[in-house]
Ligand binder design. Structure first.
Ligand SMILES: NC(=O)c1ccc[n+]([C@@H]2O[C@H](COP(=O)([O-])OP(=O)(O)OC[C@H]3O[C@@H](n4cnc5c(N)ncnc54)[C@H](O)[C@@H]3O)[C@@H](O)[C@H]2O)c1
Length: 422
């Protein structure tokens, strides 16, 4: 990872927000309240570990905006997560939900912990206690968590159960990304990757790149990276490089994605660590980012494409599957170098769109089939992509700026219609 000492994701988000507001000709009064989150909660709590000792954990839940509906956003587990990271991620959720025009605001949560060093029981205790601590903030009408880095359907199931125990009845709509058996939606697990594959297809068409003759490098091989790799590969794109936290794997003729997914399924921490196959070489994680490919897909975490490595990128387009992988300064360099960036708030919105479908099914006690889910997902992603593209053409702006303008305009309109309380 390229870590610039001064990098602050929230500052990064504010720079973009101010630029978009400027382009839209908004006055500070129109959007000043969007420069700060509506609510921030920091919690500290003890957990009895398997060996009997007590360990303290810190968690966060930040609600950036509820102007367009209940707050919505993932929960991440990471040892180095900061409140500014969570604040930025919460704001990105507000913009993302507005870009795809679903009736949510933005939120995000985190617990400072390293799941690779925890047993399943410890992870469950942490999740249950964290849920209890943030209980007053969450609920189907208030704020609905979902999976993010290092969290998954199991974690969502424990949150749903803990919340339901406090309420005294089953409340599936309190989280999305749950196991199917307890109210999860068909298609949710692959949804973010499906959206990434969809926008990669669309941008390929705009760039006159034949997807079946194209190549891609993917950083990150978790929930999102795996689904994106699988779907793009299925459509004929050659995935030449994939990395995870354990290393990067390269094969010019293309990697066997199914084999790699199966390998991670059997690894205790779902990693590619030790993966071997004919023709595969290992490369440096940084070198993956500068490979000569059609599409570079960062699907790991924020702050990966920085002013230090943006000049070395050789991909024709970057499709941001991760949240915030590109810094503000790196974005300027990429624009100057005419490298197209499909921004995170559009590219990875498939997950929250199907989370929305899951919530709709939960509150109506309905179950949609997978085709219904996928058809509606593609319809929404298609509309959002075209709206962003139209603004990009109209204002000769980057796709990121166009997406921010689309989102900000929607949120500001909602705020104006509601007025200021009291
Ligand atoms: N899960 C979702 O539905 C969803 C939706 C929208 C956006 N996102 C974003 O997508 C990104 C990935 O989320 P996820 O749910 O797939 O997480 P995950 O924990 O399932 O996977 C993350 C992957 O990134 C790898 N990784 C971490 N640091 C790395 C590094 N320095 N170099 C290379 N690989 C590294 C990990 O080993 C893992 O393979 C995050 O930015 C997340 O916020 C996720």
């Amino acid at each position: 990872m390229t870590t610039s000492q001064s990098y602050n994701p929230y500052e990064n988000m504010l720079q973009l927000l101010d630029s978009a507001a400027d382009q839209l000709g908004l006055s500070p009064d129109d959007y000043i309240s969007l420069r700060s989150p509506e609510r921030e909660l920091t919690v500290s709590f003890p957990v009895e570990m398997d060996d009997g000792h007590i360990e303290m954990f810190t968690g966060y839940r930040v609600q950036h905006s509820s102007s367009r509906g209940p707050c919505k956003g993932g929960l991440r587990y990471a040892p180095d997560v900061t409140i500014d990271e969570v604040k930025a991620l919460a704001a990105w959720m507000t913009w993302k939900c507005a870009v795809v025009n679903i009736p949510y605001g933005g939120a995000k949560g985190a617990v400072r912990c390293d799941p690779s060093k925890l047993t399943k029981k410890e992870l469950m205790q942490i999740t249950r206690r964290y849920t209890a601590m943030i209980l007053p903030l969450i609920g189907p009408e208030k704020d609905i968590p979902a999976p993010d880095l290092n969290t998954n359907a199991d974690v969502m199931g424990w949150i749903m159960d803990t919340y339901s125990m406090f309420k005294g009845f089953c409340v599936p709509g309190v989280v999305t990304g749950k196991p199917i058996e307890i109210g999860g939606s068909l298609g949710r697990r692959e949804a973010t990757g499906s959206g990434v594959a969809f926008v990669t297809n669309e941008i390929a068409k705009k760039m006159n790149i034949d997807l079946t003759q194209s190549s891609a490098a993917i950083q990150g091989f978790g929930n999102v990276g795996q689904a994106a790799a699988y779907l793009l590969n299925k459509e004929g794109c050659r995935i030449v490089a994939i990395s995870d936290i354990s290393g990067s794997f390269y094969r010019e003729e293309g990697l066997n994605i199914q084999d790699m997914i199966e390998y991670t399924n059997h690894h205790p921490h779902h990693l590619l660590e030790g993966y071997q196959a004919p023709g595969i070489t290992t490369i440096n994680n940084q070198d993956l980012l500068s490979l000569k490919v059609d599409f570079l897909i960062p699907a790991a975490k924020e702050n990966q494409i920085t002013s230090e490595n943006a000049g070395k990128i050789q991909a024709k387009a970057i499709v941001e599957a991760a949240n915030g992988p590109t810094t503000f300064n790196a974005d300027t360099i990429l624009n100057e170098r005419n490298i197209i960036v499909v921004p995170d708030i559009l590219a990875n919105a498939g997950g929250v769109v199907v989370s929305y479908f899951e919530w709709v099914q939960n509150i109506q006690s309905l179950m949609w089939d997978e085709n219904e889910v996928n058809d509606l997902l593609l319809k929404i992603m298609n509309k959002a992509f075209n709206e962003v593209w139209s603004l990009h053409m109209k204002y000769h702006s980057s796709l990121r700026m166009a997406a921010y303008m689309l989102a900000l305009n929607r949120v500001v309109k909602a705020k104006k219609m509601r007025g200021i309380f009291p």
